[in-house]
Design a protein. Structure first.
Length: 148
């Protein structure tokens, strides 16, 4: 999206530390693979536990990994002492999700002091071919947080 500069030079280290507290993320097997100012990418191998009754990726899994990547993308631009929480998220499911792997990309569209506007996309990959299965927008509310 944009060319952003983080207000915290240690944002990547702090995100890696915060990942240890992302218990639900670890439960589903999702890992961040790219951390940049304003952009986060994550992926996981797809398993039966991620599927709904028709064999496609469950919408809750898709929404969860969008929330994670968009939230951390917003967090990369926070100054020391600030954090973010999801205030609103809207997910559009574009195609049924099937494949070997799922990839989520969260990006900051517009940062701000009280709200950060983000977008996200989710793809499945099968035999090296990617298919977009969802897109999203989220508003992240900026909060005071001494742990950040």
């Amino acid at each position: 999206m944009g060319d952003f500069q983080s207000k915290d030079p240690n944002f990547e280290v702090k995100i890696k530390q915060k990942l240890s507290g992302q218990h639900f993320m670890h439960l589903v097997g999702f890992d961040l693979t790219e951390i940049q100012a304003g952009r986060i990418v994550g992926e996981m191998s797809l398993a039966q536990k991620h599927q709904q009754q028709y064999g496609f990726v469950h919408g809750g899994v898709t929404a969860t990994i969008l929330d994670i990547t968009m939230g951390f993308a917003a967090y990369t631009l926070m100054p020391v002492g600030k954090g973010v929480v999801t205030a609103n998220i809207s997910v559009d499911y574009l195609n049924p999700g099937d494949g070997d792997k799922i990839i989520a990309i969260g990006e900051v569209e517009k940062p701000g002091g009280k709200m950060v506007f983000t977008t996200g996309k989710v793809f499945t990959e099968k035999d090296g071919v990617r298919k977009q299965i969802a897109s999203a927008r989220a508003v992240m509310a900026v909060i005071d947080n001494s742990d950040t």
